[in-house]
Every structure is written in C-alpha cells, then in structure tokens.
Write a protein that binds this ligand. Sequence first.
Ligand code: GUN
Ligand code: ZN
Length: 437
Amino acid sequence: MTSTLLRGRTLSFVRWPQTMDDHSAWRYEEDGGLLIRDGRIVATGAYADVEKQADDGTRKIDHRPHLLLPGFIDTHVHVPQMQIIASYGAELLDWLNTYTFPEETKFANAQHGRRIARLFLDEMVRHGTTTVVAYCSVHKASAEAFFAESHARDMLNIAGKVMMDRNAPEGVLDTPQSGYDDTKALIAEWHGKGRQLYAITPRFAITSSPEQMEMARALRREHPDLHMQTHLSENHAEIVFTQQLYPWSRDYTDVYEHYGLLGKKSLFGHCIHLSEREADALSGSGSVAVFCPTSNLFLGSGLFDYQRFRQRDKPLRIATATDVGGGTNYSMLRTMDEGYKVIALNGEKLNPFQSFWQITRGNAEALSVADKIGTLEEGTDADIVVLDASATPAMRLRMETAQTLAQELFLLQTLGDDRAVREVYVAGRAAKSDMAN
Ligand code: GUN
Ligand code: ZN
C-alpha cells in the first residue's frame, strides 16, 4: 500500500465564515501536512505531527510555499458546449437555437462524445476543478462517454443525459419513453460505479412535454437518492414561454413543484428572477439555487441576488458554477471574480473566505457530498488543488504588497486562472502534471 505525504500551507473550511475575522470557520496550517493512502486523506494537521504517521515507503512532496485546498467543485456545466463557448450576440433562447442545439446534435456520434469528454475533463483538471455536475447531450452515448472518461480518471463526477422531447431540432430530441429508458439504463450502469453518480436531467420546462415531466417524476420516485438538475428562471422570455406552455402554473417554480422535482438533491441552474413565493418553495424543500455569474452576465440574463437569498428569513441553499458554455471560463477562480462583481452590483460584498468556502465545502454541502469531498478532513477523498498566488508577473508584483491570507486569497480570485493551479490531485494521484501538456 503506497502512501503520499503532501506538505504546504493547508486551508479548508469547517463552516460558512461570517466575517474575515471568523477564524474558527477555517483551518489554516502555515506548515501543514496531508497524508494520503488509497486515495483518501488519512491524517491532516501540522506537518510535524502528520509526518510521524508516515512510513518508510511514504512518498513526500513539498509544495511550500503554495496553498493546498480541497479541489474546486463546479455544480453546473454543459460538456457538449466546449466548441460553442464564446458565441456572439444572443440572449438565452436565441443562443440555444442558434448555437447550442445544433452543436449538441453532433453528439449522436459516439466518437465525438468521447473526444469532447476527454478534453472537457482535461480542462477541468487544468483549472483545479476535481468534481463537476454535468449535463451531457440528449444522446445516451454522450453520457456513457463522459462516465467512462470520468471513471478511468477516478474522479467524483455527477452527470446525466438531458431529457428533451420538444422545442428543439429533431437531432437533439428523445421521447418520454426513450428518455426514461435511456436514463434507467445509464443509472443501472453508472450510478455508484467507482465514484460516479447519476443526476436525472430534464433540461428545462420548455424542452420537456408534460409527458416527459411525468417520466422525470417517476424516475425521481424510483431513485430518491439521486440528484436532479434543471434550469429555472434564467431569462424573461424563457419565463413567459414557460407560462404559455404550462398555463395552469402559478409561476415557473410551480411547474417543477407540480411534477415533484423539488428537494434536497435538486439543483436549479440560474434562479435569477424568482418571486418571494418561488424562493420560499425552493427554501422549504431544501432545493439548491445555482449561481452562474459568467453565464448570467454573458447572456445578459440578470444579477443573481446571492446575499438576499442567503439572508432572507427562509434562506436558500446556494451553489456556484461556471455553466460552460453559456459561462465564459472553465475556472472557478474566474467565476468567483465575476460573482464578486455581480454581488457588488447588488450593493453587497462576498469576502474571500466566503468565496473559497463556497467553491469547496459550500458546493460540497449543496451537493450533499461533504462527507466525501470539499474539506480535507480525515477519511475524505484526496481531491486537492495546489495554488500559487505568484503564478504570473502581475500576481507576483501584487503579492509583494499582500500581507494577509485574506489578501492572498482575494488576489488569487481576482487575478488568478489555470496558471495559478500548480498541481491537482484526484483521489491522491497527481493529475495536472500527468497531462500531456
Ligand atoms: N436552459 C436550457 N438549456 C440551457 C443551456 O444549455 N444553458 C443555459 N445557460 N441555459 C439553459
Ligand atoms: Zn446550464
């Protein structure tokens, strides 16, 4: 049994940091150690203490002066959109019709799906993200390709084939029955295989008929432990169209509520234009609202009111995500930089500890997987990111005047990207340095 001992400045969170002085909300070791065996963290703390538990064969890797954090978690991405990221000039529904749906038709070709799945996970690792919650295309083969690639890398990823049976081109449509059957087969093959988890994935109310929504309800009933992911209240035209398609509904959220899709493992992308009733319904059911700042800005969708949702009487559970390819960057650092600006436009601030809590433990809690990832705690999986706050000349220069950990984290978020990610460990194995380039 081989073991690895990492040395560096370890930082992880135990709970939401109320303020920048809320020191008991995080654990920071200036000279920290992480002992890894069989893909898990078996000891953590001051390096001198952790080293005592190493054995003669332990491989020691010294990452000082860099930071060691839990690998980043991205809670909403679209794997088939890698080649339409950065497409000009459209709001959501036009963007879907002009770029997204035609692009996703290519995933009928399994070989294309395998190529993109490989390049997608390469890109995630390059940017320090060790877990994603992914939408594959409508084609069963695209989800198979994604899970096969993820499993080969021993990554903990959550994914599903999208269910969509109307309001899109023929090449990206299933039927209520085939969407159900394909989902069942994928769950049977992949859910719980190694670290793979399946998410039931009706794309959104516009592209699912009432019959398909019934099928999504049935799948949830039959597999209550699975995640469910969809989109909600992203764009005004989308909201109006949804109301026309489901005229009996009180509001957009009510459509999903009606089909039994709210709950603690339900992830709703965007949630920008929610009424108080909708926010209450999400909160009461423990559903998660996913904040996708770069996408919301790029598509001109609106400003997610993070602090209002957190601070209301009935707070929302919130996760953050890139939403690639509506989102414009694969990096959770870039994402939180844009998130900071969106929150600032709403007259609030998100401090750097809160920000790094969010993309590690916060997202793990939102996915109900904090017992496995997001914390660096003993017994959890060794998914770790190594961050260098002096990665570029501009960052190095700025670091000359940074005096505190908070300042270092904030400049990492504001100026950092994949270049600040020195190494990434997936289940204890160095994954970034292992890539071809
Ligand atoms: N709503 C339905 N599908 C999508 C998608 O692929 N991206 C975004 N941003 N919103 C959606
Ligand atoms: Zn999305």
